[in-house]
Design a protein. Structure first.
Length: 293
């Protein structure tokens, strides 16, 4: 579950449909992140247009078989910008450029390999790579689940996420609350024998006209707030998505060895939790003094 906002490098295959009702494909973009569309044939720069790009995007970069899109900022949830790509043979391929769909967990496209000929060698090869990548991810996830089945730290994290603190060896040392326009946050810090733990309570208070779900993106435990070299930890979520008005807990357990430096002394750590749009939601300092001998 550990990951940061730039860990999701998405390279995917998009097969253009010949059906008139499914002729427009979506491209998911993020502010100041370049998205490359890669085609089978050269692109005609004069006939490739992004409608209403001024003030929202860098000028399109079109050359050879590629089109590069780079938003100046994150698009608003309701922004959808038409893109028409024309190949040198006159083939027109329409797209809708849009922000990541939070309802579908969301991702940012870094490269999209676009194929009109579904049976071409490159199209089949690209789809094969997609399939192998998904298979590898599932295999790694299964291995992680097997490892966690026998992990004491994950068992403790599960108990904490379920509110069963009394069944663990942890004692609460600190507690605080914070609020912003769309989230209430409460943090509990726990001290344990050779371990430290955190329980983060979240309540999605974003109602608005069309209240959006909050989604968990990833978590890091690091030596400081500027490094993304993650230290080992166990994590359990009561739920990974919070609908407006819904609450949930995230429990993290960190063993003493994660606090240890090369000379055997203990150092403070930093827990960072990211939400679905890649922004930092919670930052907590884990002091070495939480470790009980």
């Amino acid at each position: 579950m550990a990951g940061g906002p730039y860990d999701k490098v998405i390279i995917r295959t998009e097969k253009v449909s010949d059906h008139p009702g499914n002729s427009t494909s979506s491209v998911y973009v993020a502010g100041q992140v370049a998205t490359v569309l890669r085609f089978e044939k050269d692109v005609d720069p004069a006939k490739t247009q992004l409608l209403g790009w001024e003030g929202r995007f860098e000028p399109l970069l079109v050359g050879s078989k590629k089109v590069v899109i780079e938003p100046l900022r994150d698009l608003n949830r309701d922004e959808a910008v038409p893109l028409l790509v024309t190949l040198v043979d006159g083939t027109e391929i329409p797209f809708i450029v849009t922000p990541p769909s939070r309802e579908d967990w969301g991702w940012t496209d870094h490269q999209v390999n676009v194929f009109k000929d579904h049976e071409s060698y490159n199209a089949v090869l690209s789809e094969l790579y997609d399939t192998l990548k998904k298979e590898r991810a599932l295999r790694e996830e299964n291995q992680r689940f097997k490892k966690e089945e026998n992990s004491v730290d994950h068992a403790y994290a599960t108990l904490l996420a379920n509110g069963e603190v009394k069944k663990t060896p942890f004692l609460r040392k600190k507690f605080w609350r914070s609020k912003n326009e769309d989230m209430d946050v409460a943090v509990e810090l726990f001290s344990g024998p050779g371990k430290a733990a955190v329980v983060v309570h979240l309540k999605n208070t974003y109602y608005g006209d069309s209240g959006e779900p909050w989604k968990f993106d990833g978590a890091y435990v690091t030596r400081d707030y500027t490094s993304f070299t993650s230290r080992p930890f166990a994590i359990r979520l009561e739920r990974s998505t919070l609908q407006p008005g819904q609450s949930g807990k995230i429990a993290v357990v960190v063993d003493k060895n994660a606090f240890e430096t090369k000379d055997g002394s203990l150092t403070d750590l930093a827990l960072q939790i990211f939400r679905g749009d890649g922004l930092l939601q919670v930052a907590v300092t884990l002091e070495a003094s939480l470790i009980r001998q």
